[in-house]
Design a protein around this ligand. Sequence first.
Ligand code: FES
Ligand code: MG
Length: 576
Amino acid sequence: MRSQEWFGRTGKDGFIYRAWMKNQGFPHHEFEGKPVIGICNTWSELTPCNAHFRELAESIKRGVWEAGGFPLEFPVMSLGECQIKPTAMLFRNLASMDVEESIRGNSIDGVILMCGCDKTTPSLVMGACSVDIPTMVVSGGPMLAGRFQGRKIGTSDLWRFAEDYKMGKMTQAEFIAAEASMARSQGHCAVMGTASTMAAMVESLGLSLPDNATIPAADSRRKVLAHMTGMRAVELVREGLTPSKLLTRKAFENAIMINAALGGSTNFILHLMAIAGRLGTFGDDVNLSLDDFDRLSAQIPLLANLQPSGEHFVEDLFYAGGLPALIRELLPHLHADALTVNGKTLGENCSEARCYDPEVIATLDEPFKPNSGIAVLRGNLCPNGAVIKPSAATPELMQHTGRAVVFEDIDDYKKRIDDPALSAGTFPLDASCVLVLKNVGPRGYPGMPEVGNMTLPASILAQGVHDMVRISDGRMSGTGFGTVVLHVSPESAVGGNLALVQNGDLITLDVPNRSLHLHVSDEDLALRLAQFKPLELGYERGYVNLFIRHVTQAHEGADFDFLRGSSGSVVKRDSH
Ligand code: FES
Ligand code: MG
């Protein structure tokens, strides 16, 4: 076993590797050939969605001990979506490097990744894949749905509250009461936002035990799942079942189709692409492309009635039978023979699953909505692609032509969005316009923040209009909704055509035909490009300097170019 390269040594090296560990009170026999299971913990009070992880880790440890393993918990960088500035996405790759090196450099045979808030899942899975020792995931679980003024609420209501508050329909006191009512229990966002999308992704990929995605954080069965994961991880080491054996092309295709049926977050694309890129020596084992997402989800209807595409919450999905019940319904489309981390196939794992609430999990014959998943758009505005989530958009806007109202960056947007001057002038703003936001891409912001679902101008909201076509090179929170085109690639900061859009240009969005077109001739675009000055990015030192030099574009997953592939788990040299 790998850990014996540390603990099984004789002489000075063995002394060093064991002696200091013994200051924690471990008896000598723990070091004699037991599978050592690392527990990679993203606990942090600055990541409130993961703040219950110290307790959850204890359940994992009990399972490891029970199965005859030796658990060792370690912290890694934790990313709190709603706290860290300028955006957690700026640090996803940094956290993945922390995870990768922490796993490889230490005396562990297998690892359990404790994931919760949005970026804590992809960063840990990316890092673990680049090492490729036996790996399992325990997610923290969703919050219980909030309760406010007699109804259930979750993170998606935040966007509605923000509009109501802006329009004076909600008082300051109500706003503050809503905050506490929404986040009333431990866990991550209660809707099918990015955190639950990621938890469903790991379950679909076969990296977790069944039901990992949906058991609420506050439900004691979450601890049971953690305990059982600890037990299974010990066997996994004995079997030598590593991520690269589970994460085949079939597993990725399953994850894409299940995400479509769930109505998962658009962030799913970026993270799944980045994870796929970490497998194999050069990261081309799975060979995933943006078009796979469109092609595979085109045949899948929306089965889950969950916010933000529907009405219910992730806890309701658990009560309705959980992800296994949804997977069972979807089996005719899936690769049922894909192996999962418990040693059974995806099909075997859901063979007993039943749906207890057809209101929450619909059937293929009578789906919740016909269109699901993520549509990938092409056109002169996004030669390398852009994405939209049809299930969360307004059907009437799916084919729409409008005049561009351009914001050069997020500060420009914030300064002018409610400026009455927008509604006057040569190109007066109205509800048919297309809001264009530049320089919020991976390099331009930097870090590709979740600002793509820009709040509409007050003048438009006052007309009772709640959606307009919005286009940017940024991202949208998985809890967000609207007719929002995201991830435009190449981004404006590197001179993509998005940078060349001017006020008054006509733009046509045509989702059924997967097209996004700027009605400006190639000649005129060439003239504009000749005038284009690349954005002054700054950041002469530090991590952000590394980031802007090495981050790839959205259609490639926005990982660092030098992180593609796996370096394996071997460390050739000792520390003394
Ligand atoms: Fe952490 Fe939503 S803010 S999951
Ligand atoms: Mg988010």
